[in-house]
Ligand binder design. Structure first.
Ligand SMILES: Cc1cc2nc3c(=O)[nH]c(=O)nc-3n(C[C@H](O)[C@H](O)[C@H](O)COP(=O)(O)OP(=O)(O)OC[C@H]3O[C@@H](n4cnc5c(N)ncnc54)[C@H](O)[C@@H]3O)c2cc1C
Ligand code: FES
Ligand code: FES
Length: 489
């Protein structure tokens, strides 16, 4: 059984297939058809809904997510707000602003845009262009334009930001707290026929469930896993959801290290990195869309072991490690040693990622992350690179260079690092190290980029790194057509 609020109504679900998406639940089970299906793969934002949850201070946190790739288990202990709940006797201010500014478009994309504006309004108290772009980047429309919608966002913040949700917040907080209390006593579970999903509350229960059911599939945010359901018609018969495992959502920050529970959402990770490793936070602005970052986890990004996942190169360059747990045993593995081959990791049967330990660079250093993709927002990398560089008197004392999209796994460019170590950090060193990248990698050609393009951009990344190193003098070069590509990295 799982419990949640649909708008203000308490819902108890027991016999539902755990492979059901929130979109199917709304449209098919509840006949709430305002939320649309565009792509069913998290790309277009037509299905955007808002999930409201209690944060660590018991305050309500509104997060927009893609209903098409969020499974019903994710609703446990939350309030689900769909487009139908916005209008009461009058349009909600986010809807009225869309009407007043001619922002309303076709019936497919508009509900999603409105929900993203609603989420923006609930999370901020004044208009900010960057935040608006971030909120809307996961809502795609190629037919009209975004200017009118941006104007709607501006108007929305000019009006008093009190709506019919605000007076109910205290009651919603209490109801969600009560639901959470119920599930602490009796952990939640969904089952229909032979398909079930356990929702353990803590890491010990999770560890033992996995030992007893080694064939189970873990689901954190589901932003990778659910695509198997919506795109390939896979049905998972034994799921274990990480959404309630409290330790996996905790984090601590000390002077030199961040410890992050594996199921922490990328949005929450971004907030942590803003205070500690701002370059990492900036990368996450370009990770998928806000809807995906609100739902997807850092542990899922690592465990998925995609060669073009965005966090592994950054984690490798920072020297991060993972705490892997199997039953009562734990071991520590460096992120750079975690990936074995294409989509293969060192994870053993019944083992899971419990925590990620990220050292905060302390000595003077330069940390840069470059993501190269066809679109700025909501796009997966063709190639990515992360570099942690330490210099003393313009000499390279330490360099850690990690690439994604250049091999079957995210990995370090050891030959290139070696070619740069102890060298004067300047154009000559970069030029002599660039060929070493060909020893490190033989990239593939695919629909994202050709092998040749990937190699050229990787070389340009080194040059860009030099250009972006403050106080280094020897970085001039006549820009050739090839090096100019680095401007687009
Ligand atoms: C539209 C779209 C855009 C995307 N854009 C990007 C992008 O720009 N950059 C990028 O890197 N990725 C992107 N992704 C991929 C995805 O969002 C990320 O990989 C995300 O971090 C996955 O996290 P999750 O919690 O949703 O993982 P899930 O889907 O829940 O799980 C992924 C895999 O990891 C396993 N797993 C999860 N947690 C654990 C754990 N703690 N221990 C062991 N195994 C575990 C699951 O069993 C599953 O095999 C995108 C996805 C979509 C749909
Ligand atoms: S339907 Fe396109 S993101 Fe969900
Ligand atoms: S998708 Fe709705 S107007 Fe373009």
């Amino acid at each position: 059984m799982i419990e949640f609020l649909l708008h203000n109504e308490k819902i108890t679900l027991t016999d539902i297939d755990p492979n059901t998406t929130v979109l199917q639940f709304l449209r098919v089970h509840k006949k709430l058809t305002g939320t649309k299906e565009g792509c069913a793969s998290g790309d277009c934002g037509a299905c955007t809904i808002c999930l409201v949850e209690l944060d660590e201070n018991n305050q309500l946190r509104y997060k927009t997510v893609n209903a098409c790739i969020t499974l019903v288990s994710a609703l446990q202990g939350k309030q689900l707000i769909s487009i139908e709940a916005l209008k009461q006797s009058q349009l909600h201010s986010s809807q009225q602003a869309m009407v007043d500014n001619d922002g309303s478009q076709c019936g497919f994309c508009t509900p999603g845009f409105v929900m993203s504006l609603f989420g923006l309004q609930k999370n901020h108290d004044h208009f900010n262009r960057h935040q608006t772009h971030q909120a809307l980047a996961g809502n795609l429309c190629r037919c009209t334009g975004y200017r009118a919608i941006e104007n709607a966002a501006k108007q929305m913040f000019e009006q008093p930001i009190v709506d019919h949700f605000d007076p109910l917040e205290e009651s919603i907080q209490q109801q969600l707290a009560q639901i959470n209390l119920n599930t602490q006593r009796d952990s939640a579970m969904l089952a229909l026929n032979d398909n079930y999903c356990h929702l353990p509350n803590d890491s010990d229960t999770l560890a033992h469930l996995l030992i007893n059911n080694p064939q189970s599939t873990l689901i954190a945010g589901g932003t990778d896993l659910s695509l198997a359901i919506t795109q390939h018609n896979t049905r998972f018969s034994q799921l274990i959801a990480l959404s309630n495992v409290k330790e996996l959502h905790q984090y601590t920050i000390s002077d030199h290290q961040i410890e992050i529970g594996a199921a922490l959402s990328l949005t929450k990770c971004q907030k942590i990195f803003q205070q500690t490793i701002p370059e990492f936070a900036a990368l996450l602005d370009r990770f998928a869309s806000l809807q995906i970052r609100n739902q997807g986890s850092i542990g899922g990004n690592i465990a998925n072991a995609s060669p073009i996942g965005d966090t592994p190169p950054a984690l490798i360059a920072l020297g991060a490690s993972l705490i892997l747990r199997r039953g009562d045993s734990r071991r520590s593995v460096k992120v750079e040693d975690f990936f074995v081959d294409y989509r293969k990791t060192v994870l053993e049967s019944s083992e899971f990622i419990e925590k990620i330990l990220i050292p905060i660079p302390t000595q003077p250093y330069l940390f840069k992350i470059y993501k190269v993709s066809k679109r700025l927002d909501d796009d997966i990398s063709a190639l990515s690179a992360a570099c942690l560089l330490s210099l003393e008197n313009e000499k390279v004392t330490k360099i850690c260079l990690a690439f994604g999209g250049m091999a079957a796994i995210a990995k370090r460019a050891y030959h290139t690092e070696k070619a740069l170590e102890n060298q004067h950090w300047g154009l000559a060193a970069v030029k002599s190290a660039q060929p070493a990248l060909e020893q490190d990698f033989t990239p593939l050609s695919d629909f994202r980029a050709s092998s040749q393009y990937r190699m050229q951009v990787a070389k340009n990344v080194l040059h860009k790194l030099l250009i972006e190193t403050p106080q280094v003098t020897d970085k001039s070069d006549e820009l050739t057509a090839k090096t100019r590509i680095s401007d687009y990295v």
